[in-house]
Design a protein around this ligand. Structure first.
Ligand SMILES: [Zn+2]
Length: 168
């Protein structure tokens, strides 16, 4: 999926967290939404030509060299590792630096999960059970930047608009 579709997935994840957590403070809300959108784009750091790969070229070079695109970095295990690292950084240091770090992380992790869900609609799929199994799972066969992806994108945007007006 392309970065527009993924960022919409991030918006969806952020809205879920904001409404489920009853977050009413606008600063906390926008921090969650920012985290969710960045989290939704983050797994494509394993691809040099992705949006995030262009923003962080050195990290993308290293990670794309080490891992295949839609490999280990597109797995729930990787999301878990990032959660643990961010959780530890936040507990030990980030939270004291700025209390909003907690809200950013609360958005970032669900944003990453939204990326995995959307890539499961893609023909290539992802390894949901890695490292137990390297079988790629996909529920639809949408190709990146295809007409079908545009349809998914528009439907997602319309649903999100409805959700947004209901929450804010
Ligand atoms: Zn991806």
């Amino acid at each position: 999926m392309n970065y527009v579709t993924h960022s919409l997935g991030g918006v969806a994840a952020g809205l879920v967290i904001v409404s489920a957590g009853n977050i009413t403070d606008p600063v906390q809300q926008s921090t969650i939404m920012t985290g969710a959108i960045l989290g939704s784009l983050f797994p494509d750091i394993d691809h040099r030509q992705s949006w995030i790969g262009h923003k962080l070229p050195i990290a993308a070079d290293i990670l794309a060299g080490l891992f295949k695109h839609r490999g280990a970095i597109h797995t729930p295990v990787f999301v878990l590792i990032v959660s643990i690292i961010l959780g530890m950084l936040n507990w030990g240091w980030l939270h004291d630096l700025n209390y909003l770090a907690t809200y950013f992380i609360k958005g970032f992790i669900p944003g990453m999960v939204s990326h995995l869900i959307l890539d499961t609609l893609n023909v290539q799929g992802i390894m949901w059970l890695w490292p137990i199994s390297t079988k790629r799972v996909h529920v639809l066969s949408i190709r990146t930047n295809s007409m079908m992806e545009a349809v998914v994108c528009i439907v997602l945007a319309a649903c999100l608009y409805g959700q947004y007006t209901a929450i804010f």
